[in-house]
Write a protein that binds this ligand. Structure first.
Ligand code: DX5
Ligand code: ZN
Length: 214
């Protein structure tokens, strides 16, 4: 079954505790947290003070998605919160292999994110060391954007590659996901989906999450 990681970016930040508790009670698998620094992407979100507040009320493991320039600094900042995953963008890291080892040494599962245009070849030699690869299906920076459907053949190719190199490595897709495209993601072997606006704009978070857990 596909695992669902609601993106807290689409929550009501005036009622963050209520919304984080609601997605956990509604049966999500992970809590996805988008950290943006205003440099790597043209948006600024939340830092350690707010993420630690989320960690306190979340009853599901955290999936931290870094969209920042200085990955090592942010990994060290968030490590004490004991997230399940920290993912960083390959486009913004000169020493990805070193950073993977560092994340693992902190007891966290390392994941790498690829923007829509970034070729799979850029992570082929890292795949054996990863717990998850996150494919962006929108340009990172904002919730509520339209799904870029070239991610489907990309996920299919990644699925073949991981079956050969590291069958335990999960494939996650992030951006523009809803009940309209979930089946096509399932068909090509995607394991985890991130969904923000679809879940938070739905009348029932539980129904929305269930419609993706296929
Ligand atoms: C975009 C973020 C996503 C986004 C998902 O940069 O990584 O997690 O908030 O939101 P939706 O599902 O609304 O595209
Ligand atoms: Zn994200």
């Amino acid at each position: 079954m596909i695992k669902v990681a609601p993106s807290v970016l689409s929550a009501d930040f005036g009622n963050l505790q209520r919304d984080v508790e609601a997605i956990c009670a509604a049966g999500c698998d992970l809590v996805h947290i988008d950290v943006m620094d205003g440099h790597f992407v043209p948006n600024l979100t939340i830092g350690p003070v707010v993420v630690s507040a989320i960690a306190k009320c979340a009853t599901k493991p955290l999936d931290i998605h870094l969209m920042v320039q200085n990955n090592t600094f942010f990994v060290e900042l968030f490590a004490p919160l004991k997230p399940e995953y920290i993912s960083f963008h390959i486009e913004e890291e000169k020493h990805p292999h070193r950073l993977i080892q560092k994340i693992r040494s902190l007891g966290i599962k390392p994941a790498i994110v690829l923007n829509p245009h970034t070729p799979l070849e850029s992570i082929e030699y890292l795949l054996q060391d990863l717990n998850m690869v996150l494919l962006m299906s929108v340009n990172p920076g904002f919730g509520g954007q339209s799904f870029i459907d070239t991610v489907i053949p990309k996920a299919a190719r990644l699925s073949e590659l991981r079956d050969k190199i590291n069958p335990k490595c999960l494939i996650e897709v992030d951006g523009g996901i809803s009940d309209k495209n979930i089946q096509s993601l399932k068909d090509v072997g995607v394991d985890v989906v991130v969904a923000g606006s679809y879940i938070f704009n739905h009348a029932s978070k539980e129904e929305a999450i269930k419609s993706l857990q296929i």
